[in-house]
Write a protein that binds this ligand. Structure first.
Ligand code: ZN
Length: 294
């Protein structure tokens, strides 16, 4: 048995290529949906249905910690939803098939089918984290553990402090493909496969270009497009490719605005050239226009 203090929390940070959807806009949407319903609420009871999502905490200490605790804040960091209680922070990474919901009533048998964590709130509502294939993870971090964990993640792209100069600097220190750097959570928070491809296309930057070879004007465009696309995706409540649902159980709608993701072989919306796909950058397919992206 281990608890939050016995393992350095930074070891839970997965390599960039294993980070899956949902990305920043999806987790932000979930957090905005559930936040008003959770703020100030006390957790009357909690039940964990599967242990394999736990990282660095035992079932016993998590449940003992949650029961009777009050939720002081709910926010997003990178691709995690963070429920801050009076003692520790519950860090939920929903994973590809996970969702986080507040239900008006106790969970039904159907809700429980893929439940990972359920908790009853002091107003009769319940919190449900369900995850069909359990790619998600749960952490239960004390303030020191949280600081270490969050400190190992790069800046938030939607924070005012994330300027074109900040992006330029983090690109300049790496010879890896620029797409990989954008997706590396240690460099930049919350960006994954979908939004990296879209931002690179919008900015006209070749995804396999070494990050440090990206020119200053191109880095400025990339900054502008990344921020614009992440904001637009939040406004559309995220991208539902398959399983992602908002914090109220709906689908997002940004999938209708994707211009390159999953569109290999389709004509480029700008120049009509057939979009190319490559596996060379990371384990997954990256789609781009070889004429518009240089
Ligand atoms: Zn093109």
């Amino acid at each position: 048995m281990v608890d939050g203090r016995s393992i350095p929390p930074t070891t839970y940070l997965l390599p960039a290529t294993f980070q899956r959807v949902p990305e920043l806009p999806e987790v932000e949407t979930i957090v905005r949906d559930i936040r008003p319903q959770l703020l100030g609420r006390r957790l009357i009871s909690a039940r964990l249905w599967h242990d394999d999502v736990l990282r660095g905490v035992s079932r016993r200490s998590l449940l003992a910690g949650l029961r009777g605790n009050r939720i002081r804040n709910v926010f997003r960091r990178a691709k995690h939803a963070v429920l801050e209680t009076e003692t520790r922070r519950l860090v939920v990474q929903p994973g590809m098939t996970g969702s986080l919901l507040v239900l008006d009533q106790p969970p039904t048998a159907r809700d429980k089918a893929y439940a990972v964590l359920t908790a009853e709130l002091d107003n009769g509502r319940s919190l449900l984290f369900h995850d069909v294939r359990r790619f998600g993870t749960l952490l239960w971090l004390d303030p020191r553990g949280w600081d270490a964990y969050s400190g190992a993640i790069g800046p938030e792209p939607l924070d005012p402090g994330f300027t074109p100069a900040v992006l330029r600097k983090l690109l300049a220190r790496s010879a890896s493909p620029v797409k990989k750097v954008l997706m590396d959570q240690r460099a930049l928070a919350g960006v994954g496969n979908i939004y990296a491809q879209e931002a690179l296309f919008a900015a006209g930057v070749d995804p396999s270009k070494p990050a440090k070879a990206v020119s200053a004007p191109a880095a400025r465009r990339l900054h502008r497009e990344l921020v614009r696309i992440l904001r637009a995706a939040i406004a559309s409540e995220g991208t539902t490719v398959r399983d992602y649902r908002t914090g109220t159980g709906k689908s997002g709608s940004f999938q209708f605005e994707l211009l390159v993701y999953d569109r290999e072989g389709e004509p480029c919306v700008r120049c009509g050239t057939s979009l190319a796909g490559t596996h060379a950058i990371d384990a997954r397919i990256t789609v781009f226009c070889h004429r518009c992206q240089t």
